[in-house]
Write a protein that binds this ligand. Structure first.
Ligand SMILES: Nc1ncnc2c1ncn2[C@@H]1O[C@H](COP(=O)(O)OP(=O)(O)O)[C@@H](O)[C@H]1O
Ligand SMILES: [Mg+2]
Length: 410
């Protein structure tokens, strides 16, 4: 099903945007909202795709609200945040004694949400065994509680979301192909912020007003050059990042007119994330980064190899907990920041914390050191809130949790 962007949004689209506080008129965004409304009354699974921070979470809510299930329960589950060991029990419930610690039987979300909608966020993070259970319940409406042999029935509509390429996950054997087809009957793609043109300004102004009100501070304004800079910035963290940046500006630049110079202190790696208006392939930045990363990684391996020869050993050491082991996940920005990030000429750090976004690291350190440091800083910036830190790093909470343990960052 493919709907064209409607130049004049329907009253229902306007109503949905208003109700959920969705700002923006970019045709691709409006088309996504319209698609959600159209598919809502049809009881099909929907897959919402788009980069992290694009606003995917609005869409399952729209679908639920515009469906016949609207009076029944809506449950949002972040598949990346639930430990693998308990996810089956969370979703499908368990019987008393099903495992150590199961002192009582418990209802799962599929039983709770009978008649309603379940939003499976970060669906690519589901373990394969859970994927099998999910496929069964989608195909037949049947499921078993963990530790039970009694088949139960439920009627649940699934809306799933992902910011990873699920087809690639299927090709790698990390995601069941049959489940992929089942979930993706209808897909809704949410465009990245950098492609939304004038929406960037609308969102900036809305967030400025909101934060000025929330913090009871005089409102910030934006100079033309600053608006131009923001329009051409890559926004790797999309609307979530824009909101964060405006919140910091609202707090620390209250009453000021924001210039490009001010922005440089708040936008990480503005130089490498800036999209020139014409003629340059923006993806080349991404490629450049990956190339640099590859080079550093190879160097590191060579060093390790040399080191082990010097030590008399023969084994080639790989960086422990390095990125290669977890190729399923997005690489963190762990290479020496001096290579990619320009230190703002003025005061280095965003004044919100003592942890600067960009900081020149003179000695590159190992990949492991850099990864550890990246994670430590993200945690500090977010006052130890793991969900927020994971979002910022664009990894799942589970991965973050594992890395925290691995690096002893608790
Ligand atoms: N179009 C929009 N208008 C207003 N706020 C938005 C918009 N898109 C995203 N947001 C806000 O940005 C943040 C990230 O959105 P979220 O739905 O969590 O992103 P995702 O799930 O795609 O990572 C939330 O605070 C959300 O309210
Ligand atoms: Mg999300």
């Amino acid at each position: 099903m493919q709907y064209n962007a409607n130049p004049t949004p329907t009253p229902q689209v306007l109503q949905a945007k208003q109700r959920f506080g969705i700002i923006g008129n970019a045709p691709a965004l409006t088309a996504a909202v319209e698609r959600a409304i159209r598919v809502a009354p049809i009881d099909l699974s929907v897959l919402v795709t788009g980069e992290s921070g694009t606003g995917k979470e609005f869409f399952p809510q729209i679908i639920h609200a515009f469906s016949a299930r609207k009076h029944a329960k809506y449950i949002a589950v972040n598949c990346g945040a639930i430990p693998e060991g308990t996810i089956d029990s969370e979703l499908f419930g368990h019987e008393k004694g099903a495992f150590t610690g199961a002192v009582d039987s418990r209802k799962g979300y599929f039983e709770e949400a009978d008649g309603g909608t379940i939003f499976l966020d970060e669906v690519a993070e589901l373990p394969l065994t859970t994927q099998a259970r999910l496929l069964r319940v989608l195909e037949s409406g049947e499921f078993l509680k963990v530790g039970s042999s009694t088949v139960q029935r439920t009627s649940v509509r699934i809306v799933a979301a992902t910011n990873v390429d699920l087809q690639a996950a299927v090709a790698d054997g990390r995601f069941r192909e049959d489940l992929y087809y089942r979930l993706s009957t209808v897909q809704i793609h949410i465009p990245p912020l950098r492609d939304r043109g004038a929406d960037i300004r609308l969102l900036t102004r809305k967030f400025s007003t909101d934060f000025a009100e929330r913090y009871r501070m005089p409102q910030i304004s934006f100079g033309e050059d600053a608006e131009e800079t923001m329009r051409h910035y890559r926004w790797p963290g999309n609307v979530r990042q824009l909101k964060n940046v405006v919140e910091q500006l609202a707090l620390f630049e209250a009453g000021n007119e924001i210039t490009t110079q001010t922005l440089e202190q708040y936008l990480p790696s503005i130089s490498s994330s800036y999209m020139p208006a014409i003629g340059v392939d923006v993806h080349s930045y991404q490629r450049e980064r990956e190339m640099l990363f590859g080079m550093i990684f190879n160097l590191q391996n060579r060093l390790d190899e040399l080191q082990s020869r010097l030590d008399g050993g023969v084994a080639v050491q790989m960086p422990k907990g390095g990125l290669i082991e977890h190729e399923a996940e997005k690489p963190l920005e762990t290479f020496p920041t001096s290579l990619v990030v320009r230190r703002p000429e003025t005061s280095a750090a965003p004044p919100c914390s003592d942890v600067p976004y960009s900081e020149v690291v003179d000695t590159p350190g190992t990949l492991e050191d850099n990864e550890r440091e990246t994670i430590r800083r993200a945690l500090l910036r977010n006052d130890g809130r793991r969900k927020a830190a994971a979002d910022e790093l664009q990894i799942s909470e589970r991965t973050l949790y594992r890395k925290i343990k691995e690096y002893g960052l608790e």
